[in-house]
Design a protein around this ligand. Structure first.
Ligand SMILES: C[S@@+](CC[C@H](N)C(=O)[O-])C[C@H]1O[C@@H](n2cnc3c(N)ncnc32)[C@H](O)[C@@H]1O
Length: 188
């Protein structure tokens, strides 16, 4: 499949254009660590990545992946809800990433929810540097997913332009529950 047709791949392509050595990134839903690794590789040894997840099992896998790729020194793992982001992150960030829903291969009942996602989005966007970006992969095929998707979209629609540019990359044919990408940039 063409890279541009997959929300996760497209997100990485867009993020690559913005991420630089020394940047600070935040993965709000670390899961198995694939996005965390992508961010760590792009911010380089002088950068930093904060990686949140509420599941110890997920963070262990993510930590192993990061260690195997020699990026441990630049990733701070946080076993807590991203809704408490403000207590852990006190500096400006350049990139904020979400991959909503449940952990692939994990417990499908542990999902991101409207309340915690919106709470963390509000806190995360406060910390976003000018020129910084937000990427959200949205899933609506599981119970509660649709409701969360709608709430997140409504929240993003409420961001003022300027400084915010918000775009949606969504399949308009085929499966109505295919994951899709919401992407925002705070003008510099
Ligand atoms: C779709 S998975 C993330 C996949 C991950 N980006 C990867 O590359 O493997 C969603 C993750 O969000 C986590 N999660 C759910 N609610 C959360 C919360 N309130 N705070 C932080 N993580 C949460 C789940 O435990 C799950 O691991």
């Amino acid at each position: 499949m063409n890279k541009l047709l997959r929300a996760t791949e497209l997100s990485h392509l867009l993020l690559e254009d913005v991420l630089q050595e020394g940047h600070v990134a935040l993965d709000a839903t670390a899961g198995n660590g694939h996005d965390t690794l992508f961010l760590a590789q792009h911010v380089g040894p002088s950068g930093k990545v904060y990686a949140f997840d509420i599941q110890a099992q997920a963070l262990e896998k993510a930590q192993e992946l990061i260690a195997r790729n020699n990026c441990s020194e630049r990733v701070k793992f946080i076993l807590d809800s991203h809704a408490k982001l403000q207590y852990y992150v006190k500096e400006e960030i350049n990139c904020l990433v979400y991959n909503l829903g449940y952990l692939p291969g994990g417990n499908k009942n542990i999902i991101t929810t409207e309340n915690t996602s919106l709470a963390s989005l509000r806190q995360g966007l406060e910390l976003l540097a000018p020129g910084g970006v937000l990427s959200i992969i949205v899933y609506c095929g599981h119970p509660g997913g649709d409701q969360e998707a709608q709430a997140v979209e409504e929240f993003l629609q409420g961001l003022e332009a300027p400084p915010w540019d918000v775009l949606s990359w969504k399949r308009v044919n085929g499966s109505p529950v295919a994951p899709y990408l919401l992407f925002a940039q705070k003008q510099g």
